[in-house]
Design a binder for this molecule. Structure first.
Ligand code: SAH
Length: 353
């Protein structure tokens, strides 16, 4: 048996490889498309076994692009003085949920920069209002690093899930992507806090971020193996013209697809989105992500007039479409590759692996 085939088979069986083996696999896949097809096939079969042809949808509400942070890769970093800043009121957020609910969404994802004008209690009030209006829906938060007590308060108010990508599991690499104030250790602590409170917790990283090596990616996979997140979001790094990384090369789509497949074999029942960044780097990126083992898509529910302002990277797709239009197009695309979008909260299911 070929060396890569052997590694893929062992990955499938043990759900893990040693970091050096991940490096061999990731580098080998770049040069061996047949082995990459085998990996993809195994990952797709695994996803089919657990989820069938069902693809879950999450309604993404990008409710603020104000941010106190200055991450070097991100278009809404506070030093980008050309960003047109906005934040949505509670009633606008609830209106996005209403439109989303009518379109069949049963998960709302509130994502934004670290905008402290939403105090802990203001967020609690928003979460509690959504919870009251939509008792059958999941509420996912993605608003960065806060205190454990705050995460607890939001959980008690009705939030169920939290997305906080670890970005890179290598502290030195982390320092090259973020200002000094931000610490990899603190982000990891937030992730542990979220999990211990009872959130379904999502983490992840960018593929091909500046200075990233294959060894760093092996560390990311090792971290995910140990942390056992319920959700894993990855996408290619894409440059934004108003950031220090504006001249850096984008991440590789193929490598992102390889990693989606590896993650599917590591965490067979995890919720893995085919991300907007993947759809941005290639016209069929989101379909390819699903065919590589992803099982979630996150269409945008943000009001049309603010969408073009929530730009983490250049050329982001779907900034000019109404929510209904986005979801219709997406349904058609997913259908064309033989899958279907379902109206379901799509919670993480323990066991059953
Ligand atoms: N403030 C929240 C949400 C961040 S935006 C938080 O701190 O978690 C969500 C994700 O978008 C980030 O975690 C990052 O991985 C990704 N992202 C940011 N800038 C990007 C870029 N230029 N290219 C690709 N992905 C990017």
């Amino acid at each position: 048996m070929g060396k890569l085939i052997d590694l893929i088979s062992r990955l499938k069986e043990n759900r893990y490889l040693e970091p050096e083996e991940f490096v061999t696999l990731l580098n080998g896949l770049e040069e061996n498309p047949e082995d990459a097809s085998f990996l993809q096939h195994e990952a797709r079969e695994t996803a089919l076994h657990h989820f069938g042809k069902d693809i879950y949808i999450r309604g993404l509400i990008e409710f603020t692009n104000f941010c106190r942070n200055d991450c070097f890769y991100c278009g809404i970093r506070k030093s980008n003085l050309n960003a047109v800043r906005y934040h949505l009121s509670k009633s606008t957020i609830l209106e996005c949920c209403r439109i989303g609910y009518d379109l069949g969404f049963r998960t709302f994802v509130l994502q934004g920069g670290e905008d402290m004008s939403y105090t802990d209690h203001a967020m609690t009030d928003i979460i509690a209002s959504i919870r009251r209006a939509y008792p059958d829906c999941a509420i996912t938060l993605s608003v960065g690093e806060r205190e454990k007590a705050t995460y607890q308060e939001w959980f008690d108010a009705g939030a169920n899930r939290y997305l906080l990508r670890h970005e890179t599991a290598d502290p030195e690499h982390y320092r090259k992507l973020h200002p000094m104030r931000l610490r990899s250790e603190h982000r990891m602590q937030c992730l542990r806090d979220l999990k211990s409170i009872g959130y379904q917790t999502g983490t992840g990283f960018m593929v091909g971020s500046p200075f990233q090596t294959t060894e760093h990616l092996a560390k990311d996979l090792q971290f995910i193996h140990k942390f056992e997140p319920e959700m894993i979001g990855i996408g290619p790094f894409l440059p934004h013209s108003e950031t220090p990384f504006k001249n850096c090369a984008p991440g590789s789509m193929q490598r992102t697809l390889h990693l989606i497949s590896i993650l599917r074999l590591m965490r067979p029942n995890a919720l893995i989105p085919s991300t907007t960044a993947l759809g941005t780097i290639h016209p069929e990126g989101r379909e390819l992500g699903i065919l590589a083992g992803a099982n979630v898509v996150m269409p945008n529910l943000s009001p049309l007039d603010v969408r073009k302002n929530y730009l983490l990277y250049d050329n982001k797709i779907c900034t000019g479409e109404e929510a209904a239009e986005s979801i219709d197009k997406l349904k058609e695309r997913i259908c064309r590759i033989g899958y279907r979008i379902v109206t379901d909260r799509g919670d993480y299911k323990k066991g059953d692996v």
